[in-house]
Design a protein. Structure first.
Length: 154
């Protein structure tokens, strides 16, 4: 380990995987709110589902505007990977919008759960690809920034 690695305050690879874990947990809570029965449905659903949407959307916007430009500048070979990740972000944003529209329309729980299942599948595939392709570069990234500015306020 180099002296620079020892002095680096933020391990960006760990920050990214921790952010992904928090988003997985937010999705679990949103799913659980749908399975919680009619008594807990309206209030918990709005809290957990809108919270999940805001967290996932905020994470991707922060990556697109903060982390990815820095990573692209320092690791030009990752530009095609970053372009794929940004494309995924656009698709996930569209899916989140469809889910929010269903929420606003007070769609039945089974329809909302179907939206979450689709989001879950795409999100998990995206996270795994992202972790496989950029964690190595993030492990060496020496960047003076707050994690929330590059990974979202989660």
């Amino acid at each position: 380990m180099s002296e620079g690695d020892k002095n680096r305050l933020i391990a960006w690879d760990h920050e990214l995987t921790a952010a992904h874990q928090r988003l997985r947990e937010a999705l679990r809570l949103a799913r659980d709110s749908l399975d919680g029965g009619e008594g807990a449905f309206p209030r918990d659903l709005l809290l957990y589902c809108h919270g999940f949407c805001a967290a996932l959307g905020g994470h991707h916007v922060s990556e697109d505007t903060g982390l990815f430009p820095e990573l692209s500048a320092r690791h030009p070979g990752l530009r095609p990977v970053i372009a794929k990740l940004e494309q995924d972000h656009g698709m996930i944003a569209w899916l989140l919008q469809q889910f929010k529209q269903a929420l606003d329309a007070a769609a039945p729980a089974n329809e909302l759960l179907s939206h979450l299942e689709g989001l879950s599948a795409i999100m998990e595939s995206h996270f795994r690809y992202e972790e496989r392709r950029i964690l190595g570069a993030l492990a060496t990234l020496d960047l003076d920034a707050e994690p929330s500015s590059l990974l979202g306020p989660l």
